[in-house]
Design a protein around this ligand. Structure first.
Ligand code: ADP
Ligand code: ASP
Ligand code: MG
Length: 412
């Protein structure tokens, strides 16, 4: 029988009622003749609660134990979903990551899926089981420890299962009815897209649009998974939601496809480091080893052989970054006069494949921000995106102003 993957995010399984509603959707697909793999997230708020407990216990935690704790939310939902399906007379059972097993790297808290053997689950489908409910977000390392895939990782679990089982489609059920030109919670003029190109979705996701985890888009692109985002709250037709697909499948598109933001950014400056060959390696090597995700980097013009080095990273990695820098200084690998951490910044980005062939997008973006009195602290660009770091208090304003300026409420 053909296989379908259906993923339900945290809000879609937030209560027993919602789990029942999701289970009914699964029942509809089973009745159509699909064997279904259901990937579930933890109930809404659970993962944040677990992360909070870990942080409170141990601020610079051992990531293996972090994973042991935060992976548990998904186990609860998987069992509850299987029970709900059984109550509806749908043959179902739950699977935790290690039972499948979802084999991952040992990069705890940010593990990558390496292999998903299909034989265990396929054998059960052969015996009459119709739904495999799999706990998303988790796997097992070569050392036999439980791993997690990074926040939002259940999306990646879903796409990886769709690829491994050659599923007909991977449907991501969430609390919005598709991918929008920007977060509809921040900009009420945001417009739902019927289709979006993999590359644009990849950029939007990596720049903060958390509707899909970046890695899930990467995998879908690589393995040609038909990936759809749709609402778990409304009745859905087969055409509903947003299809993430190849650029060629999209007839018309705007120069700018969307605006993304990332709230939890911090800007860190190492004041007065020696400007010499190897200094960047001496700074960013230890940061990488400490697991700090450095994003934007700026080096100031140097004066008398010394310069300031500024970079951005997620707010919750500031302490880790400071520790890594102080240790490198104590070892004599680098020298600086101080570290300034600004934890009140946000990143706003515009994304669009059309930027490859259109000039003037950056100029327009900077002009719009200046007209609203928003000061730009750092800028980075790539072929299809422009990102700026600004004061967090202007983030919503900037998103709305850019959405207006690029007329994203209108289809091209
Ligand atoms: P889930 O729990 O189902 O995984 P998430 O909260 O991770 O859901 O992702 C869905 C949320 O993503 C939406 O509620 C919305 O606020 C946010 N979001 C951000 N950018 C976008 C966008 N461009 N389109 C749709 N939703 C977006
Ligand atoms: N529960 C995890 C999180 O909140 C994984 C997911 O929902 O995708 O990040
Ligand atoms: Mg999510």
């Amino acid at each position: 029988m053909p296989v379908l993957v259906m993923k339900f995010g945290g809000t879609s399984v937030a209560t027993l009622d919602r789990i029942r509603r999701a289970a009914k959707r699964v029942g509809v697909e089973v009745a159509k003749g699909y064997d279904v793999i259901v990937i579930v997230s933890a109930m809404s708020g659970e993962t944040n609660k677990l992360v909070g407990l870990v942080d409170e216990t141990s601020p610079l935690y051992d990531a293996r134990e972090y994973d042991a704790v935060v992976s548990s939310g998904e186990n609860v939902t998987a069992g509850l979903m299987a029970l709900t399906l059984q109550e509806m007379d749908v043959p179902a059972r739950s699977w935790q990551g290690w039972q499948v097993p979802v084999r991952t790297t040992s990069a705890h808290a940010a593990a990558r899926i390496e292999e998903i053997p299909t034989d265990n689950i396929m054998a059960k489908f052969g015996e009459g089981m119709r739904v495999a409910v799999v706990a998303g977000f988790q796997g097992i390392s070569p050392e036999g420890r439980v791993t997690t895939l990074g926040r939002g990782g259940s999306d990646t679990t879903a796409v990886a299962f769709a690829a491994a089982f050659e599923a007909e489609r991977c449907d991501i059920y969430t609390d919005v009815d598709g991918v929008y030109t920007t977060d509809p919670r921040v900009c009420e003029k945001a417009r739902k897209l019927d289709k979006i190109a993999f590359e644009e979705m990849l950029e939007l996701a990596s720049l903060g649009a958390k509707v899909l985890q970046t890695r899930s888009v990467e995998l879908a692109m690589r393995y040609k998974v038909r990936l759809r985002v749709l609402s778990s709250f409304e009745e859905q037709s087969d055409e509903a939601g947003t299809l993430v697909c190849d650029e060629e499948e999209i007839m018309e598109s705007n120069v700018v496809a969307g605006v993304a933001y990332s709230r939890d950014e911090a800007k860190m400056t190492l004041v007065s480091v020696a400007d010499r060959p190897g200094i960047a390696a001496a700074i960013f090597g230890p940061l990488a080893e400490a697991g700090v995700n450095v994003d934007m980097i700026v080096q100031n013009i140097s004066e008398e052989g010394r310069t300031d080095m500024t970079f951005s990273c997620p707010t919750n990695q500031v302490k880790r970054a400071e520790k890594a820098m102080e240790e490198a200084k104590a070892k004599g690998d680098i020298n600086f006069h101080g570290i300034i951490a600004d934890e009140n910044v946000a990143k706003v980005s515009v994304v669009g494949i059309g930027m490859r062939s259109h000039t003037g997008v950056a100029a327009k973006m900077f002009k719009v921000l200046s007209e609203d009195g928003v000061n730009i602290k750092v800028i980075t660009t790539s072929e299809i995106k422009i990102s700026v770091l600004i004061d967090r208090k202007y983030m919503e304003l900037a998103v709305q102003a850019l959405h207006d300026a690029f007329e994203l409420e209108k289809a091209s």
